[in-house]
Design a protein around this ligand. Structure first.
Ligand SMILES: [Zn+2]
Length: 264
């Protein structure tokens, strides 16, 4: 039986950040590798964390699936920096909401990037059907509430089920539908970009607070909660302060950090 893990490569929302204030949780944007015996079989999102996969002991074989939650820059920029894709060394299948071909060929091209992904023969754009079976995983998608839309993923592995909701504004009817899709997950990785006191000023921006994330985990019956999509202004020290209150409400919750590994 393969040793299957999710490895966090980036959990920052909006834009990458760097410097001594961000060492503990990391500054790369959204990317999660799913590895079997250290080899990546899938990436959830392709933010800047994707370009750093080697730093976390992740290997890339001759093919990999990339499952995008949506097409905002912080979720796709790492794809443009994946050497193996441009060299044709790895066959990359891309799944995502609506039309991933239209979204990526119109954004990864000159003048935004020196070369056009439409000219790369080693990438294929796939329609999202449920579930996608890849390696020993079954991956299914469900809608979330985010500007221009987006999806979350439920990943059923050989041992455990992990659900990922990277960018989602809680507080509408869609929360109940999400709870149904992720019901019974062992682990929920959920957007917690804002503090409760920041939520009102960011209504409509498409993100949740940690209070929302805890409510989502409780609705789904998830025993483990990992908070992600850290605001770019949230330093390590500020995340630690946030987590002190989070743990009073959900004792086993942790904050996502680059290099964190979760068994699946
Ligand atoms: Zn977004």
């Amino acid at each position: 039986m393969a040793d299957t893990h999710l490895v966090v490569l980036g959990s920052r929302g909006s834009i990458p950040v760097s410097g001594p204030d961000f060492d503990r949780y990391g500054g790369n944007t959204s990317c999660y590798a799913i590895v079997e015996d250290r080899k990546a079989i899938a990436f959830i999102d392709a933010g800047t964390g994707l370009a750093a996969y080697r730093s976390y002991g992740v290997k890339l074989g001759s093919s990999v699936g990339v499952f995008l939650t949506h097409y905002h820059w912080d979720h796709i920029q790492g794809l443009s920096m994946l050497d193996e894709l441009w060299k044709g060394a790895c066959a990359v299948s891309v799944w995502g909401p609506d039309d991933p071909h239209a979204a990526l060929t119109s954004s990864i091209r000159p003048p935004f990037f020196p070369v056009a992904i439409a000219d790369v023969m080693s990438v294929r754009f796939e329609p999202m059907v449920d579930p996608i079976e890849i390696g020993g995983l079954a991956i299914s998608a469900f809608p979330v509430h985010h500007p221009q839309g987006g999806i979350g993923y439920r990943i059923e592995g050989p041992d455990r089920t992990v659900s990922i909701v990277t960018d989602h504004e809680s507080g509408s009817d869609i929360d109940a539908a999400i709870a149904e899709h992720i019901a019974g997950s062992d682990v929920l990785i959920h957007d917690a970009q804002y503090l409760p006191e920041e939520a009102e000023a960011h209504r409509g921006w498409g993100h949740s607070t940690y209070v929302d994330a805890i409510a989502s985990a409780e609705r789904a019956g998830a025993s483990e909660l990992i908070l992600t999509s850290h605001d770019p202004s949230r330093t390590d020290a500020a995340i630690n302060v946030m987590m002190a209150d989070v743990r009073r409400r959900f004792p086993s919750a942790i904050a996502s950090s680059q290099g964190l590994e979760v068994s699946i």
